[in-house]
Design a protein around this ligand. Structure first.
Ligand SMILES: *[C@@H]1O[C@H](CO)[C@@H](O)[C@H](O)[C@H]1NC(C)=O
Length: 226
């Protein structure tokens, strides 16, 4: 009998403990949200107002056009079409979004990038993709896989990852992300295409490059794959 009570007490304490463990600030839905006192010049934390539920229609939860290939005629040979709550209003507050990734044959690239607000699971529909991610400091372990149609690969929250088409045909993938606005930070673009340019000495030391090389990189056009 006593044992039974102990068990119940243990469960109660455990469930309370897990409540405390999961209690945290909600994930941000944009890069930052600077506090302000003046309500008139404020935006909502998630950037969106909610429509009156009685006025919602099926169209609010629907989006068409992901059957259309993205244009990969660019310096990367890649195109990413991300459907966030901006394009699909019914996603607001639900913590999910979707992308279509197109990669040109023989080296089309979705360059190293990370999603500041989301994990990702990728499904290859067509082609052959070399995909990978790198863990954070201090290990920087590389996890890679060659993916064929029907293969999935997971990119954990906020880790740098990439996809390269290593086949002779176009590659297509769909990925789901765990935020209505996961954000995309393309590493090379953020570093070498920063606006204003980062003071070169920061980059010469950080990347073990000479100043001229850094300035040449900074002078290039850094185009996002979206
Ligand atoms: C794809 O983009 C290139 C470069 O911007 C452009 O010249 C071309 O017309 C585009 N193709 C299509 C089918 O839109």
């Amino acid at each position: 009998m006593m044992k039974g009570y102990n068990l119940i007490a243990a469960f109660t304490i455990l469930s309370l403990a897990s409540t405390f463990v999961t209690a945290s600030d909600p994930s941000p839905l944009q890069d930052f949200c600077v506090a302000i006192d003046d309500a008139n010049s404020a935006v909502l934390v998630n950037g969106k107002l909610c429509k009156n539920p009685s006025l919602a229609t099926a169209d609010d939860f629907s989006y068409s056009g992901l059957n259309v290939p993205g244009n990969t005629s660019n310096q990367l040979g890649g195109h990413v079409n991300i459907i966030t709550a901006d394009l699909l209003p019914g996603l607001n507050t639900l913590g999910v979004s979707l992308v279509r990734i197109d990669l040109a044959p023989n080296g089309g690239l979705n360059p190293p990038h990370y999603h500041p607000r989301g994990s990702e699971v990728l499904l290859v529909l067509e082609g052959t993709i070399y995909a990978g991610f790198v863990t954070s400091n201090p290990d920087h372990r590389l996890f890679t896989k060659i993916l064929k149609p029907g293969d999935l690969f997971v990119f954990p929250f906020s880790l740098i990852h990439f996809q390269l088409n290593i086949g002779k045909t176009p590659a297509v993938a769909i990925a789901a992300l765990t935020s209505q606005n996961p954000g995309i930070n393309t590493v090379a673009n953020a570093i070498f295409g920063a606006n204003w340019p980062i003071y070169p000495e920061v980059l010469t030391t950080a990347f073990h490059l000479d100043k001229q090389f850094v300035e040449d990189l900074q002078a290039q056009e850094w185009v996002d794959p979206t």
